[in-house]
Design a protein around this ligand. Structure first.
Ligand code: AHR
Length: 510
């Protein structure tokens, strides 16, 4: 054999060895301590397009199979996905909503115009009782968003009283008259929504004062969530934290809204029609959530070093142009394998910051932005995002395991992002590790070191598909779903895994 050939063989084997061995992660089971609140896996139902009407609620007289007007198929799917929490009634809608219009006999409820979402008439047939009945059916904690923008302190405090009070009062009498004898157990209350924008276009100083005023009269043992910043508005966070923490008992959480756009706010790109540049841009933009959590947490730490106040990411997810031919005010979009990656990445980030991120709600549960469910008449589609939430439900109320992932980059057009993203947790002796391989062209091999616990077996699940823009659609076979994934047995505290290109993977170790 010639000298040159020998060198080439040696060089090639060196390159392939380093390619196999370059991604590493230690799973520090021995250092697990922070709880991952199940509320991080929360969802959001807004009076927007066909989220509520047609998606969740069809009315008792509908031909579509329903329980008390709620779609049976949707209830079943949400139960199966283990939905832990649902936020309602908005969004921008919340600051236009007057709750008393949505109680009492349905035929007598006044209607209103949904000014933010298509100017359609809202008949208020889905109101407080319907929302809380629905939460009971799907076994989810309710989270109600009060109206600060166009409402009054009295209206807000009466809503809290109507829902939660055991006392004898005009509001509790009204509740009983409407068929609900006992108060509901509603812990989470948002005080306004996006008050820097659709919720009143306020300054942070003005909103923070209003917050203190509303919160003072929305009493009881509640988890009150202040309307926090838009994306990287660090000044809003600073002013809000400074002014609200002067009355520390009145604030339990501060929200953050950050959506992922592929291109820009003006042209958000197509949900389904994209190539690798759309894939890369979307994943790169979603990774910005890490910076946002870190920077907002630093500000929160100044006023709340013990991390008692939760960062509530109560609106997140992909936001694309509406599907062609649909009402632009209804924000209806399809959902592909790319959305599965965006969901998996964000949920891993939230898990890894569980010391500060107390809750997160993807927008919106049904038929709007990055929905887990799409409906058309009596048909229902479970999206790739649905399957990520179902797969990741193992992390709900588990204990976060610190990990130290070192991975190569995924490069595209001169830009690069980490190819792998992960988080790990432990519950009932089972360790669950979720991975996203962001690279659509290449499998990523990863060597795991399992510290602090011995494991005898490992099992896996995977979400992937042939094409990056594959989606599940009405009348077609489901193509993006959970499949089983073969994993080797861990040996001497080590395990190697090959993550296929563009995949979301769960490994469970016992
Ligand atoms: O999710 C759609 C809208 O986005 C919400 O109503 C609002 O809060 C945000 O601007």
């Amino acid at each position: 054999m010639k000298k040159n050939t020998i060198y080439s063989i040696l060089l090639l084997s060196l390159i392939s060895f380093s390619a196999i061995g370059q991604n590493t992660m230690t799973v520090h089971t021995d250092l697990a301590k922070t709880k991952i609140n199940k509320e991080i896996y929360g969802h959001f139902a807004e009076h927007l397009g066909h989220c509520i009407y047609g998606g969740i609620y069809v009315g008792e007289d509908s031909q579509i199979p329903n329980v008390k007007g709620f779609r049976e198929d949707v209830v079943g799917a949400l139960l199966d996905m283990k939905i832990p929490l649902l936020r309602w009634p908005g969004g921008c809608f919340a600051d236009t909503y007057h709750w008393k219009d949505g109680i009492g006999p349905r035929q007598q409820r006044p209607s209103m115009v949904n000014i933010h979402w298509g100017g359609v008439t809202e008949d208020n047939s889905f109101g407080t009782h319907e929302f809380l009945d629905f939460c009971k059916l799907i076994k989810a904690e309710p989270y109600i968003n009060l109206n600060v923008g166009s409402g009054t302190v009295q209206e807000a405090s009466e809503w809290v009283e109507y829902v939660t009070s055991k006392n004898i009062s005009p509001m509790t009498d009204l509740r009983k008259k409407n068929g609900q004898e006992e108060p509901w157990n509603v812990k989470f209350w948002g005080i306004g929504n996006e008050n820097w924008g659709c919720g009143g276009n306020m300054t942070p100083e003005y909103y923070a004062d209003l917050y203190n005023r509303f919160a003072s009269y929305c009493g009881g043992d509640l988890y009150r969530i202040a309307g926090g910043p838009n994306v990287d508005d660090y000044n809003w966070m600073d002013v809000l934290m400074k002014k609200t923490t002067r009355h520390r008992h009145l604030v339990q959480g501060v929200s953050l809204h950050s959506y992922t756009f592929t291109t820009s706010w003006e042209d958000k790109g197509s949900a389904t029609d994209f190539d690798e540049s759309g894939w890369f841009a979307d994943l790169k933009n979603t990774l910005n959530m890490e910076t946002l959590i870190q920077e907002h947490s630093k500000i929160m730490d100044k006023y709340d070093p013990e991390k008692k106040i939760g960062l509530i990411v109560d609106e997140w997810g992909n936001w694309f142009n509406v599907e062609p031919g649909t009402n632009p005010g209804f924000l209806y979009q399809q959902n592909t394998l790319r959305d599965a990656l965006v969901a998996g990445i964000n949920l891993n980030l939230f898990n890894n910051h569980a010391d500060r991120v107390a809750m997160a709600n993807i927008a919106q549960a049904v038929n709007v932005l990055q929905s887990v469910i799409l409906t058309k008449e009596d048909e229902m589609v479970l999206t790739p995002t649905y399957y990520v939430f179902k797969m990741y439900s193992v992390h709900q109320d588990a204990t976060l395991i610190p990990t130290d992932l070192k991975c190569e980059n995924y490069e595209f057009n001169g830009k690069s992002i980490p190819a792998v993203n992960a988080s790990a947790s432990t519950k009932d002796g089972v360790v669950s590790v979720t991975f996203c391989n962001l690279n659509p062209n290449k499998k990523e091999s990863i060597d795991l070191t399992l510290a602090g616990q011995e494991f005898k077996s490992a099992s896996g699940q995977i979400i992937t598909s042939k094409n990056m823009n594959d989606c599940n659609d009405f009348g077609k076979d489901e193509i993006v779903k959970i499949n089983s994934f073969e994993v080797k047995k861990p040996k001497n505290g080590k395990l190697s895994i090959d993550l296929p290109a563009k995949s979301v993977v769960l490994i469970q170790l016992k």
